[in-house]
Design a protein around this ligand. Sequence first.
Ligand code: AMW
Length: 157
Amino acid sequence: MEAEYYTFGPYKIHEKEVFYTSQLSYALVNLRPLLPGHVLVCPRREVKRFVDLTVEETSDLWLTAQKVGARLEAHYNASSLTFAVQDGPQAGQTVPHMHVHILPRKGGDFEKNDEIYDAIDMKEKELKNKLDLDKDRKDRSLEEMAQEADELRKLFL
Ligand code: AMW
């Protein structure tokens, strides 16, 4: 049987990278996660900006983000969550397909809590060097991402 692909802006996302789907949204593992469990939730329809979503898509997307966040927080033994949207290129959006970043958070994961927002926006080169994020920001292989997605898919059975 042929693999199914999801649209993420210009990228084709293999179904193996997707661990949860709803009627109008899907959740995928990240090519370059900043923390364990850093995932993305997207509308299935390719829309660039938050304002482009219909009422139904907006509701479905945030209900999906709420559910995914809750399961991931427990799974990664975290105690908080960062939900982040970079809505447009000047806000740091690099993939022109609206998406919510979800990051399970733990005490001490970043020296200063809000550095996570600068880390999401990788244009902050100085901070990037300071945090030495480069070594953790290599593109992951499909196999590695598929393995994580397999693990996360079980949280929704
Ligand atoms: W943005 O800067 O648009 O708010 O975030 C883009 C996110 O998408 C980053 O976290 C980046 O690691 C991730 N990403 C980029 N390309 C892919 C891809 N092909 N598959 C999964 N995640 C991706």
